[in-house]
Design a binder for this molecule. Sequence first.
Ligand code: XIL
Length: 550
Amino acid sequence: MSRRASSESAAVGSTQLSLMDSGWKYVPGVTPETNGLHVAYLGRAIVQQDGNLGQPNPAINIYGTHLRDANSFTLSATMKDIKGTASLRLYGDVPVVQDEFRVEPKSLELTLTSKSVTVSLWNGYKNQSLYKQLPTLTQTTALQLQPSNVITFQYQGKRTSMNVNGQQVATLATNGLFASDVWFGMSAVNTGDSWVLSDLSAPATPGVSVVNMQDMSAYVKTNHGLQALARHKRPGFLVGAAMTLGPAATDTQYAALAFGGNFGQLTTENALKWQFVEPQPNVFDFTEADALVALAKKNGLVVHGHTLVFGEANPKWVQDLPIATVADKEHIKQVMVNHITQTVGHFKGKIASWDVVNEPLADFDAPAAADGLRQHVWYKAMGASYIATAFTAAHQADPGAKLYLNDFGLEENGDRWVALLRLVTQLKSQGVPIDGVGFEAHVYAIGDEIDPAILRSHIQTLAGLGLAVRISEMDVYDDNGTAAQATQYADVFNACLSEPNCVSWSTWGITDKYDMWQDDNNQMQYGQDLLWDAQAHPTPAYTKIQQSLL
Ligand code: XIL
């Protein structure tokens, strides 16, 4: 792995390596203050698509400070002012977070209450239900905690021992738990809990260093990347991809593809979905998306925000909002408008465009309303008017942002296209501030194939209404072979490039390494859908698009 960090401070002599000095501003639920890091309950959890509550999603410092080359180390932490249950967790890698599950990497957690210490060990992903990835080992010791507690971890590869206030609480077999990097996670576990991390340091261990990922330099751009080439064909045209913070900040292969000249736009894949940014009523945490925005800015990419109003990926409290009375419905409207106002307001001037309303058309699983719209909480509370309300609120929060409605299945003729056209015609005639439509362009199965001639005619129809188009989430399954996959990709790319109102083209992901999904048995599966395979080699689709630009 190539090392890109510029400010590594190596252990010298017997001095302590302090980890607290900088690099803690992008940790969900954590506020750096003068006496330490204040950790507050945030309650981020990942819901299943059917609405059931899924896994907890505790915070981890990804775009910030961590230990490197830590093949053996001693770590000392001071945990104080613990109200409720406090968790400090050391990770050997960062978790892969999708919007329905998170893949738990190898990690070691210490959980403190006033009278007990629990040690939990995750020894990598076991082939178990994806959203119930339980620790391989859990061990609780009764212990009276102090107002301030000194914790030490001694990792020597084969074994790790943990002490609290000088008393050993566990010694575990941990062969190969940490291979090089050690990342830090901290959370307050239950509603109302909080605590303070007032020290985190590593007594000098030869070779171990502290790295702040925010000090990484920008990636060097090649002039034969897709964005670089497209610029010559059509100035202003954006080539983009949905990206996630974990790999963008920590996987240098992925980051080189993301930031090295192929892309001029980044879509926040899951980081801005409701369950991640407003996990509790009116409790917002934008740190993960802030980190992505900072990475994009450093590397010269513009950001497309996904998504403000959607029937999925909503936290449990949103799903449980009462909806019986007129007052309930008015409250739901206020909840929606507040979410939009806070979110768009936070990123004003930093996020250039938004999917304001995502997938408003009825899907195949649920009954459609008479107007063809999906009957989720927003529709049930406000009818179709939620769409105009959402766009108006977004426009007020950032008049400079371009506002999109995004949906799938718009590339072909049929009911969805008819319903979409009716909807946007109405929105335009009402003067709703909508700038364009996102065509997801997912080609997931036989029958999804996109006919570029029909796609172009749809883009032209929207031009006639004064609307822009973005191809927003393209990915193509490989069931018909990689040659057909390549042709499909290149055809859609070039259809967009040749229509002046089609302003950008994006894929949903970068490499197949992170292209995971959950099958009907809750098992993890991988797709082969993207422009780079799981080893980060370009697929024929990449080469074909690139050739078409030369
Ligand atoms: C996807 C996410 O990227 C995955 O993590 C998740 O497992 C499934 O949903 N259309 C959208 C996106 O608008 O939000 C969806 O995202 C893909 C389909």
